[in-house]
Write a protein that binds this ligand. Structure first.
Ligand SMILES: Nc1ncnc2c1ncn2[C@@H]1O[C@H](COP(=O)(O)OP(=O)(O)O)[C@@H](O)[C@H]1O
Ligand SMILES: [Mg+2]
Length: 372
C-alpha cells in the first residue's frame, strides 16, 4: 500500500503563514478588547453598586414611604415603607396590603393600628415598566382639617343662632296658638281635630328643622362603604318616586358612570342627591322632565341634575348653599347647605347654575376609588 503525500507549493505556504499571522493578531486584538470590556463591566458594576447605595441612602432619607416597582415586582423600598408594611420583600409581586381598607379620598386607605385608625395616602406614578408608590400618613393633617372644619361649622352655627331663633319662633308661636285654641272650652269636635292637625303640622316642621340642623353640624363621615356611583343615584331616585308621581314629573336617567366606584358614607351622600333632586322636582311643573346623568373618568364620577323649571332666583344664587336660604313657604333652606357639607366632606364638589334656555343645572363630583 503506497502512501502519497502532496507537498504544499511554496506560494500557498507563505499565504497560509500570512493568514495565521493575521489570525494571531486579530485574536490578540480581541483579547485586548475583551479585557477592556471586562474592566468596563467591572467599573459599571461598581458604579451600579454605588448608585444603588446612593439610591438607598436617598430613599431612606425621605420621610414618606416609597416603594419602587419594576415589572410588577418590588425592586426597592425604604425604611419608612418597611415600617408601614412589615415583611415586605424585594422581588415579591406588589399588591395593596390586605389590612388597608379604602378611605374616602381618591388615594386614601384606612389602617387599624394600636393608636387608632390611621389614614394613608398612596399615589402610584407609572413610567413604562417602572413605577413608584409613595405613601404618606395623613392622619394628623386630616385631624387638623377636621377640627378646623368643625370650628368653622360651629362658628357658622354661632353666627346663625339669631337666624335659628327666628326660624324656630314662627312655627313655635303658631304651634302655641293652636295649642291654646285646643284648650278653649266648648270647642266643636271638628274644630278640635282641625287645630290638632295644624299643631301637628307645625311640630313636624319643627322636628324636621331640628333634625336638619343636627345633620348640618355633624362631623365628617365615619362608616364608609364602596359603592357604584350609579347605585347611589338610583337609590336617590327611588326615594323620591312618591313625590315624582304626585307631581307628575318625568325623570330621564342616563347613567353612564359604569364601573365608577366611590367610597362614601352611603346615607349622607344619598341624602345630598335627594336634596338636589327633590328641589328639581319641586320646581318643575306637571308634565315636565328632570334629566339625571352620570359620567366618570379615572379620577372622579360626576352627576348632573337638570330641570326645566323657572331656574334659581337671582337673589338666591349667591347664597344658595347657605343655611336657611329659602324662598319656599314650607322650606327650611337647609337642604342644599347639608348637601354641600356632605359632598365636601367626601372631597367632592357641588355646583349650581341656571341654564341659558331656562331651568337649573346642578353638578356633583366625587373622587373615585384609587387603583393602586
Ligand atoms: N332646581 C331649582 N330650581 C330653582 N330654584 C332652586 C332649585 N333648587 C334650589 N333652589 C332654590 O334654592 C333654595 C334653597 O334650597 P334648599 O336648600 O333645598 O332649601 P328648601 O328646599 O328648604 O328651600 C330654594 O328655596 C330655591 O329657592
Ligand atoms: Mg330643598
Amino acid at each position: 500500500m503506497s502512501k502519497t503525500t502532496k507537498a504544499t507549493p511554496p506560494a500557498q505556504a507563505s499565504e497560509l503563514a500570512g493568514a495565521f499571522e493575521l489570525f494571531v493578531e486579530a485574536s490578540q486584538a480581541l483579547e485586548l478588547q475583551y479585557a477592556a470590556l471586562s474592566r468596563k463591566v467591572e467599573d459599571l458594576s461598581a458604579d451600579l453598586v454605588q448608585a444603588n447605595d446612593r439610591l438607598n441612602v436617598l430613599l431612606n432619607a425621605l420621610p414618606a414611604a416609597v416603594v419602587l416597582i419594576e415589572n410588577d415586582k418590588i425592586s426597592h423600598f425604604n425604611q419608612a415603607a418597611n415600617a408601614l408594611i412589615p415583611g415586605m420583600q424585594t422581588g415579591a409581586v406588589w399588591s395593596t396590603p390586605a389590612n388597608w381598607k379604602p378611605g374616602h379620598g381618591p388615594d386614601e386607605f384606612h389602617l387599624s393600628a394600636s393608636s387608632g385608625v390611621r389614614t394613608l395616602q398612596a399615589q402610584r406614578v407609572q413610567e413604562g415598566l417602572r413605577s413608584v408608590i409613595q405613601i404618606q400618613d395623613i392622619t394628623a393633617n386630616l385631624r387638623t382639617l377636621e377640627d378646623s372644619e368643625r370650628v368653622d361649622r360651629l362658628a357658622a352655627m354661632g353666627k346663625m343662632s339669631a337666624g335659628i331663633a327666628h326660624q324656630l319662633r314662627t312655627p313655635l308661636s303658631t304651634a302655641l296658638l293652636y295649642a291654646s285654641h285646643l284648650c278653649s272650652p266648648g270647642l266643636e269636635t271638628q274644630d278640635r281635630v282641625n287645630f290638632a292637625q295644624k299643631l301637628q303640622n307645625q311640630l313636624i316642621h319643627l322636628e324636621k328643622m331640628a333634625g336638619e340642623m343636627l345633620q348640618f353640624v355633624r362631623a365628617r363621615p365615619q362608616k364608609t362603604q364602596i359603592i357604584a356611583l350609579d347605585e347611589l343615584v338610583r337609590e336617590a331616585m327611588q326615594t323620591l318616586e312618591g313625590l315624582r308621581l304626585a307631581k307628575n314629573i318625568h325623570i330621564q336617567a342616563d347613567l353612564q358612570a359604569t364601573d365608577c366606584m366611590v367610597s362614601v358614607e352611603r346615607p349622607s351622600v344619598v341624602s345630598a342627591l335627594v336634596a338636589i333632586l327633590e328641589n328639581a322636582i319641586q320646581c318643575s311643573s306637571s308634565g315636565q322632565t328632570v334629566q339625571v346623568q352620570t359620567s366618570a373618568d379615572h379620577l372622579r364620577g360626576q352627576m348632573t341634575i337638570e330641570d326645566n323649571g323657572p331656574g334659581i332666583a337671582e337673589d338666591m344664587l349667591p347664597r344658595l348653599f347657605e343655611p336657611f336660604a329659602t324662598n319656599r313657604v314650607t322650606g327650611t333652606g337647609l337642604g342644599l347647605a347639608i348637601a354641600q357639607n356632605a359632598i365636601r366632606s367626601h372631597r367632592g364638589e357641588i355646583h349650581a347654575q341656571n341654564k341659558a334656555e331656562g331651568g337649573a343645572l346642578f353638578t356633583v363630583a366625587l373622587p373615585s376609588m384609587a387603583n393602586l
